[in-house]
Design a binder for this molecule. Structure first.
Ligand code: SF4
Length: 315
């Protein structure tokens, strides 16, 4: 079996808030005990509703924020143990494409300056050929190098964001909702581009999205998160979901393909406050299959080979 390119072991992140004159300090676990691995060349999707911790997880993987506990291993190196200089060197092989192509590009810079940023951060000479090559790879003409972001459409800006991420020829790219702020017709073009670049450059992706249909279309495996924890790992994009939350995501319209919809209750009910999680299964208040056991105990993520699920009564 191939060694994973990325491995997460028991990764957790707590955020503390408040603690002033009028507010008592509170804390929440944005990511709870996440363990998973990504093989070289694989596209792993992470899906869940807003606030489920998927974007925090993306930042933890690149160590853009520090974990409260747990470890991230990249190609055999423990990233969480690296000092700043060694971490910067390791990051040459990793990159991130952000959700919002409007705010992620500095409006004062030309595209040439935007694309040169990764070289500057890594203290490497700017290779002009590489800038032209990367624009070409994302389907933009080199004549645009002198343009500013405000002169571009949303789709063109996201292409520049992708070109910047790939400028140093990384092996691993985190895609944090890269199409969420784009029109549907442009979304399809960006997904096709990412797919094409993956094949041509041998890339490994971690694809973050709230759209289960899109994730199932684009990814090899799918991790489903709920309130900071992994509740199911689909071993193939077309595998039948076993967790009630994954099925509810599909039934609630997160998957546009009607053939995937099932005769179960749609996703409804209040999400518990992350500052005050219930003692048992965190999905129990919204789950059509919940029993007393579910309300008393938290189900572990386990079972059936490469298709683990955190549920006492899976489908
Ligand atoms: S453990 Fe119980 S409440 Fe939680 S998802 Fe499974 S059936 Fe529903």
């Amino acid at each position: 079996m191939t060694d994973p390119l990325i491995r997460l072991d028991g990764l957790s992140r707590r955020f503390d808030t408040g603690g002033g004159l009028l507010k008592a300090p509170r804390s929440m676990m944005a990511v709870r005990d996440v363990s998973l691995s990504i093989a070289p060349g694989e596209v792993l999707g992470v899906v869940g509703e807003s606030g489920c911790g998927k974007s925090t997880l993306a930042r933890l993987v690149l160590r853009l924020i520090e974990p409260t506990s747990g470890r991230v291993t990249f190609d055999g190196t423990d990233l969480t143990a690296l000092r700043p200089g060694a971490l910067r060197t390791a990051r040459r092989r990793m990159a991130m494409v952000f959700q919002d192509p409007y705010s992620s590009l500095d409006p004062r810079y030309t595209l040439a300056e935007v694309l040169a940023e990764p070289f500057v951060v890594q203290r490497r000479p700017v290779a002009q050929d590489a800038l032209t090559e990367m624009l070409d790879a994302v389907g933009l003409p080199s004549a645009m190098l002198g343009s500013h972001p405000h002169q571009l459409s949303g789709g063109q800006r996201q292409r520049v964001g992708i070109a910047r991420a790939l400028a140093l020829r990384p092996d691993f790219v985190v895609l944090d909702e890269p199409t969420a702020s784009l029109d549907v017709s442009i979304q399809a073009q960006i997904i096709d581009l990412l797919s094409d670049l993956r094949s041509r450059m041998g890339l490994t992706y971690l694809f973050i999205s709230h759209d289960l249909g899109l994730v199932r279309y684009f990814c090899d495996r799918v991790v489903v998160m709920y309130l900071g924890a992994v509740v199911e790992v689909l071993p193939r994009a077309d595998a039948a979901p076993r967790h009630p939350y994954t099925r509810a995501l599909i039934d609630s319209g997160f998957a546009p393909d009607p053939s995937l919809r099932r005769q179960i209750a749609p996703l409804s009910g209040e999400i518990p406050s992350p500052f005050n999680l219930p003692p048992g299964c965190t999905f129990a208040g919204r789950c059509p299959r919940a029993t007393d056991l579910c309300r008393r105990q938290r189900p572990p993520l386990e079972g059936e080979g490469d298709h683990p699920v955190a549920c006492f009564h899976p489908y």
